[in-house]
Design a protein around this ligand. Structure first.
Ligand SMILES: [Zn+2]
Length: 623
């Protein structure tokens, strides 16, 4: 271990000066287990764990002997809790509150209930070092062995519990404690205990469940009361948490909503921010076609809020920021933001900052250091494209890049219009119009920016349509195909196209963009995305549009053929290059190690590439 550890005897606070964990003063003895300072006897029970002890140990051994990617793939294959476990290990969006609280995160940091270390690694990207404390030794072994973050080396695993923390008083500038999934008993006592280890101008950040999560509903609506000696279980509400902090010696600086829950964070905003509530309603409305789980959680919580007239009290999870009472910190509302509403994204979070007249500014902030290059990609592609003096440039978002604690960020001015996806109705006419609008913009874009025409040989096509790291290989190709090179958007979805009066005003979110790609990357994704809304899924949509003889298929073919004619592609080339739609995004995700490569999404995309290869081509004329 290269670190000069800042450890002290949990009993008498006498500092440990060497690598020895025996206290010279009181005789307390701790030990190194698997090269981790251990102040606890390892136990087999961890109520927070999705895996049992045997599985945890297997996982730890595999990470110690290989990569965390392979270890999780093998250990979690077909596991009942695969999704939850992958989220716990990899889903950096759970930590996106960092972006709104970054002013309170610095120096030496303690991360309590660190588990596999995902949050610790995220914190270590913006502080000097993180002491990652957990009661589960196997999880700490995973933390200690994982090498998938540059910040790993600044994270120090410590096997200990809150009651016996091995640190000197005032040791930390920032303490983050995850108290979710624990009962609310003794919260006051636990928070007071933490105060001791925090410097006087430090910050405490707590991740907590709300009462809707703990199902304390009857108490809040007055149907029952608590026994007088129930303990210090205080209501899991913002005002309850404020009072817990106050009595433990802290001033509450801010309380953020983590929505829908702390373990699946889609939105973050401050309690009482009315812009946040309005934005949340808007999101619920426009995300109706997304996964049901999310929609139900959103709607249920909003319903509770409306029923009780106390929405602020009803969110399932909170992030509470406190400072010691004697601290000189002034109002610590997120630096640079007035009324922020954060939306989690795949590689970066988007923050809408509200002023009195609506959204003042849109900021895109990388979710982790490794994703900075995605924001830089967007900045680079857009600034290159915007140098051209052509009308279509007005539909490209204007923005500037800036430096921040989180690396390069992008600030954009708010855009005008409504997402094109809102125009998709249940009838074929609205489908035709939406499809046409999408292709009209794309044809003009590609005609404006296109590069050279190229003839791709069978060998080149094979390479274009394969991706060896994922064992995706094109079937044997015998024909050549004429294509042209063009900048691509890479994520050309109806939700990223904004329109007003049937005219495209903006095409947003270029983080999958590239200055040179194949035209079908965007031209193929767009109809598949529309089909998802009309037919309930991309797979069914693909079959309906490209493998049947329905009205929808006829409309689609007609519009695509017109598009192909206008840009100089054959319809056959379009069909043959359909798999490039998902290959493009997978290649970028793989290069940047995004969450998509650690979730079921990867499997889904692989199967989509294979599905798109089944498009009937041979009967198609070569026009
Ligand atoms: Zn001692």
């Amino acid at each position: 271990m290269t670190h000069n550890l800042s450890l002290a005897c949990p009993n008498c606070s006498c500092g440990f000066t060497t690598n020895s964990l025996d206290c010279p003063q009181c005789g307390f003895e701790a030990t190194w287990r698997k090269e981790i300072p251990s102040f606890l006897i390892p136990t087999d029970t961890d109520p927070r764990s999705w895996l049992d002890q045997r599985e945890l140990e297997q996982l730890a051994e595999r990470v110690e002997n290989g990569s965390i990617r392979d270890a999780t793939r093998i250990t979690l294959a077909n596991h009942d809790y695969q999704t939850e476990e992958m989220q716990e290990i990899f889903d950096i969006n759970q930590d996106s509150w960092r972006i709104l609280t970054s002013q309170n995160i610095s120096g030496r940091c303690l991360d309590l209930s660190a588990g596999y270390g995902r949050r610790s690694m995220a914190l270590a990207e913006i502080v000097d070092e993180v002491y990652a404390v957990d009661v589960n030794l196997s999880k700490l072994r995973v933390l200690s062995a994982r090498e998938d973050h540059d910040s790993c080396q600044n994270v120090i695993p410590i096997h200990a519990e809150l009651d016996q923390l091995p640190f000197p008083p005032g040791n930390f500038d920032t303490i983050v404690a995850d108290f979710t999934c624990s009962n609310g008993r003794n919260l006051r006592e636990r928070v007071s205990r933490l105060r001791r280890y925090l410097s006087d101008d430090g910050s405490l950040i707590l991740i907590l469940d709300g009462w809707t999560r703990r199902l304390g509903i009857p108490r809040l609506v007055g149907l029952e009361r608590q026994p007088p000696n129930y303990g210090d279980f205080s209501p899991a509400t913002p005002s309850g948490y404020r009072s817990v902090l106050r009595s433990a010696g802290f001033e509450t600086m801010a309380i953020y909503v983590l929505f829908p829950t702390a373990h699946s964070v889609e939105y973050v905003f401050e309690v009482g921010n009315e812009h946040g509530v309005r934005a949340l309603r808007q999101q619920i409305k426009s995300s109706l076609t997304d996964g049901d789980r999310r929609r139900n959680a959103l709607q249920t919580a909003m319903w509770f809020g409306e029923q009780t007239g106390a929405l602020d009290y009803c969110y399932p999870s909170y992030c509470v920021v406190g400072c010691p009472k004697e601290s000189s910190q002034s109002d610590s509302n997120s630096v640079g933001f007035k009324n922020p509403f954060l939306i989690s994204g795949r590689t970066r979070s988007v923050v809408f900052d509200f002023g009195s007249n609506g959204i003042n500014r849109v900021s895109k902030i990388p979710n982790r250091t490794e994703h900075i290059s995605m924001t830089e990609r967007e900045n680079h592609v857009l600034s290159e494209l915007r140098t051209k003096n052509k009308p279509i440039v007005d539909t490209l978002p204007s923005g500037q890049s800036a430096r921040s604690k989180f690396g390069t960020v992008r600030h954009e001015t708010p855009i005008d219009g409504q997402p094109l996806k809102n125009q998709i109705g249940g009838d074929i006419e609205s489908f035709r119009q939406t499809l046409q609008t999408g292709y009209d913009w794309l044809a003009e874009f590609q005609q404006t920016f296109r590069g050279e025409t190229v003839m791709r040989s069978p060998k080149e096509i094979n390479s274009d349509l394969s991706f060896s790291p994922l064992d995706l290989y094109s079937p044997e190709i015998t024909n050549s195909v004429q294509l042209f090179r063009t900048p691509v958007h890479g994520d050309y979805l109806a939700g990223n196209v904004y329109v007003r009066d049937k005219t495209v005003t903006n095409v947003i979110d270029w983080e999958y963009g590239a200055l040179s790609g194949w035209p079908i990357i965007d031209a193929g994704l767009f109809p598949l995305n529309l089909a998802k809304y009309v037919f309930g899924g991309v797979e069914d949509g693909f079959r309906a549009l490209f493998c049947t003889d329905t009205e929808y298929a006829k409309v689609t073919e007609e519009i695509i053929r017109n598009y192909c004619d206008s840009v100089g592609l054959t319809y056959r080339a379009f069909l043959q290059y359909l798999p490039s739609v998902y290959l493009h995004r997978m290649k970028i995700d793989w290069r940047h190690n995004t969450m998509n490569t650690h979730s079921k999404k990867l499997k889904k995309r692989i199967s989509r590439v294979e599905l798109l290869r089944t498009v009937p081509i041979d009967s198609t004329d070569s026009k």
